[in-house]
Design a protein around this ligand. Structure first.
Ligand code: GLV
Length: 320
């Protein structure tokens, strides 16, 4: 008898086929709309495996409905959408997809940094709106990237990959992390600093920590106040790490220069969100890992994790 699993969003056909070889698969067939909570609550009741995305909240009350559940396989590296403790108490294994998305997410982080520094979306709109009447000395001028100081908050895999890219731009790279990494410092010419020093000295601050109770609002008014007037903050990790109200105020008052945001406290972000009204904010809809190759790798890895648990093996990427 095949084991029952539920997939919370339409996945590429080869992944569904792979899972269907050994599992009885049910799937939320829509691509543009997440599975409603009441559907998930019903579907989870008799499955042994759940393949989910960061858009689903897997909490204790949902897990209480899942008597047969053995594994929650998240197709993301971040797993703040899952109550890992509650899962552990119920003997449910949680897995994620680290590694395969590192370089792609670093590419996007650096693109966002460059787009924000050089005002790329604004300049493109300027042209399309018919405002390009002439070339003039200070028109659409931004900040230099080469030779600037980059501060990385959270030196995990993605943080290191961003630092590698910064080397090509002759940037000085500072980092702050829970633990110091002497090996990476030597290899990538990094300088460890306290958070406040990083904020004071950086031209670019990249937020790349996991979202945990400790990093919730890690960057708030006090921290933003330390940043240079010409500084740019880039967040491609999770919205809640930077307090949005404080960020709005800092950007509006121009106490910092600009922000590039791939993530928001609430996603999808509301179109009337104050941050979307500011010209010095570049926004993206959480596309850090969104390359075709990487999304296929993530889906395959999430499938591998799920199948391993169902087959009684140790999954490659267990968390918690
Ligand atoms: C995306 O944000 C992820 O955590 O993989």
């Amino acid at each position: 008898m095949k084991r029952k699993i539920y997939i919370t969003r339409k996945l590429p056909e080869p992944i569904v086929q792979r899972l269907s070889e050994t599992c009885e698969v049910r799937m939320w067939e829509e691509d543009e709309k997440p599975v409603p909570r009441e559907v998930l609550e019903e579907e989870i009741e008799d499955v042994e495996g759940l393949f989910c995305l960061l858009t689903e909240q897997i909490d204790a009350s949902l897990l209480d409905k899942a008597d047969k559940l053995k594994v929650v396989s998240n197709m993301a590296v971040g797993y703040n959408n899952i109550d890992v403790e509650a899962a552990k108490e119920r003997n449910v294994i949680v897995t994620n997809t680290p590694g395969v998305l590192t370089e792609t997410t670093a590419d996007l982080t650096f693109s966002l940094l460059m787009a924000t520094a050089r005002r790329i979306p604004e300049a493109s709109e300027y042209l399309r709106n018919g405002n390009w009447n002439t070339w003039s000395p200070m028109q659409l001028t931004g900040q230099d990237i080469h030779g600037a100081t980059l501060g990385i908050i959270g030196l995990g895999r993605i943080g290191e990959a961003v630092a590698k890219r910064a080397q090509g731009f002759d940037m000085k790279v500072l980092y702050h992390n829970r633990s110091r990494n002497h090996e990476a410092e030597g290899r990538l010419d990094l300088h460890f600093t306290e958070l406040n020093t990083l904020l004071r000295e950086s031209d670019y601050v990249c937020v790349l920590t996991p979202f945990t109770p400790e990093t919730n609002n890690l960057i708030d008014t006090k921290q933003l106040d330390l940043m240079k007037k010409s500084a740019i903050i880039i967040n491609s990790a999770r919205g809640g790490i930077v307090n949005e109200k404080a960020l709005y105020k800092a950007l509006k008052e121009q106490s910092i220069w600009a922000a590039g945001l791939d993530v928001f406290e609430e996603e999808p972000v509301r179109l009337d969100h104050p941050l979307l009204t500011l010209p010095n904010v570049v926004t993206l809809p959480h596309i850090g890992s969104a390359s075709i190759k990487t999304r296929m790798k993530m889906a395959n890895l999430a499938a591998t994790n799920l199948l391993a648990v169902l087959e009684g093996e140790e999954p490659p990427n267990k968390v918690g």
